[in-house]
Design a protein around this ligand. Structure first.
Ligand code: MRU
Length: 362
């Protein structure tokens, strides 16, 4: 039987609540999100985070606000203008994860294609937004299944043998509608008795690994261990990691992948130790319109995330700080990109031809 999982997003028609991830792991508090402005702040402040969760939260905030405003929207044209204004604003909250931009464009396009009454248009847009929840969970389960097989095959142990996996950041139920991407692969390994151990990096400076992934691992009593980011290479040198799997915020056409800061270090260490390094992400995270990693906009976060811990200063006064939220792992270091439609592999020319894959499977 599948293990119970956590939920970060609670939604029913007209009501959205987000699990406040700033309070985890010590407090479980759901915050009301009555409109897009509150959602914008929740995304910016990282009460909700993780590429898929951000996009779904934004879409559902729109659904809630549309539901409340429907009496004032007489025509499909009114709905289209409302949707465009709200979604364009939400899209300014965090720049790196492409899932939000993809959802914004898709929902705006749908709204622009509608005609007739405002009530019918509101219903169509809300249905599109609501559909994202179930679709994300189904996608994550498919990613889990493809990923579990891909990791086991790459490790080269006898079929069915359990493997030891290392991950970074949080890509689980808290970062998605449920189950997770990279952590979904770990869940799928566990469900099929192929998980020996999951190691998670603490993921400085925001500590998504220590606060969130460790929480998910402990919640489901997985065989897991938390390590400092700086211990990953030493763990590999001890031969304790069979494979690495991480999530993504944006995958460029050539396969270069933006993900949580520290991912690149992990990929370099994995290459040195001959440990296969996989990325797991839904197709909505693939961005063929961005040619290569250098073209991805990387979000800078506030200095206080590094200079302070739990509100207390831990860094010397007056020191300059560089706090990029993400880094880019070159395609050359990636063994495969696991999606809900299968694993993207390198072409003969050494890149992933992500756009070609997307065109073939969608
Ligand atoms: O800054 P965050 O916590 O939103 O960053 C999250 C990550 O980098 C995740 O690995 C990525 O969004 C994939 S979540 C399924």
């Amino acid at each position: 039987m599948a293990a119970p999982t956590l939920e970060a997003i609670r939604y029913s028609r007209g009501k959205l609540q987000l699990l406040d991830q700033l309070k985890l792991p010590t407090e479980t508090v759901f915050m009301d999100v009555p409109d897009c402005d509150v959602c914008w702040t929740a995304i910016k402040d990282m009460n909700v985070r993780g590429a898929p969760a951000i996009a779904i939260a934004a879409a559902l905030a729109l659904a809630v606000e549309l539901d409340g405003a429907k009496a004032t929207l007489a025509t499909a044209g009114d709905v289209c203008a409302f949707v465009a204004t709200k979604m364009d604003h939400l899209n300014t909250s965090r720049p790196t994860a492409v899932n939000l931009g993809e959802a914004v464009e898709r929902i705006k396009k749908l709204a622009a294609s509608l005609d007739g009454s405002g009530a019918d248009a509101v219903e169509a847009v809300i249905a599109e937004c609501e559909g994202m929840l179930a679709a994300d969970i189904a996608n994550n389960r498919a990613i889990g299944s493809f990923g579990a097989d891909a990791l086991c095959a790459a490790v080269g142990k006898p079929a069915g043998a359990p493997i030891r996996v290392l991950t970074h950041c949080n890509t689980g139920s808290l970062a998605t509608a449920g189950f997770g991407t990279a952590l979904g692969v770990v869940r799928a390994l566990r469900e099929t008795d192929r998980l020996e151990h999951i190691y998670c990096n603490e993921t400085r400076p925001y500590n998504q690994g220590a606060r969130l992934t460790a929480y998910e691992i402990a919640f489901e009593k997985m065989p897991g261990t938390l390590i400092c980011d700086s211990a990953a290479a030493a763990l590999m040198a001890k031969g304790k990691v069979d494979a690495v799997v991480v999530g993504a915020d944006r995958v460029a056409d050539n396969g270069d992948t933006a993900n949580k800061i520290g991912t690149y270090n992990l990929a370099v260490s994995a290459a040195y130790h001959d440990v296969p390094f996989f990325v797991a992400a839904p197709i909505s995270t693939l961005d063929p319109s961005t040619a290569k990693g250098a073209d991805i906009v990387i979000e800078d976060r506030p200095a206080t995330e590094i200079t302070h811990s739990l509100g207390k200063r831990v860094a010397a006064e007056g020191i300059d700080v560089w706090n990029p939220s993400f880094d880019v792992t070159p395609a050359a270091l990636i063994a495969g990109i696991i999606t809900e439609k299968g694993v993207v592999r390198k072409t003969a020319s050494g890149d992933f031809a992500v756009g070609k894959f997307v065109a073939e499977v969608t």
